[in-house]
Ligand binder design. Structure first.
Ligand code: ZN
Length: 148
């Protein structure tokens, strides 16, 4: 992405679309509506209602961790995923979908095992990977599949 470009970024807190100049992505931009930071350095929980605004309308890719509270490997990977957010933002957003609370999203994307990471951009699936990964593995895998 070029620094002169203006990007549409969906707010992780209130889900409003914000227009942010590419050059200001690294300056901790805040949401025009709710004043929350657009990049909080942590994954955010995403539900069925707000999924598409982040996966389709946002100009930055969205990495989603499909998980469930009863899944041991998911809980093991959670701190690594948190740390990965600090390294990968603002190049992309990281979200978590609880497949038990949001079963329609798990069904829509054919999630058969958890944890599964899926990278989305402009409504398209760029890559997916099942199984728990360490922080470095998550970061490398995501960077490898980001659109140029
Ligand atoms: Zn907001």
């Amino acid at each position: 992405m070029s620094a002169a470009e203006t990007l549409q970024i969906a707010c992780p807190h209130c889900h409003a679309i914000n227009r942010v100049p590419g050059a200001r992505l690294h300056e901790s931009p805040v949401c025009g509506r709710c004043k929350s930071r657009l990049f909080a350095g942590a994954p955010f929980a995403l539900d069925t209602v707000h999924f598409d605004v982040h996966a389709s309308r946002s100009d930055i890719p969205l990495l989603v961790d499909f998980w469930a509270p009863w899944c041991g490997p998911c809980r093991t990977m959670a701190p690594a995923y948190e740390q990965a957010a600090r390294l990968l933002e603002p190049r992309l957003h990281l979200a978590k979908v609880d497949t038990e609370a949001q079963p329609s999203l798990g069904a829509r994307f054919g999630i058969r095992s958890i944890p599964t990471l899926v990278l989305f951009h402009h409504g398209r699936e760029l890559a997916r990977q099942s199984g728990a990964m360490p922080m470095q593995g998550i970061v490398q895998w995501a960077r490898q599949h980001l659109p140029s």
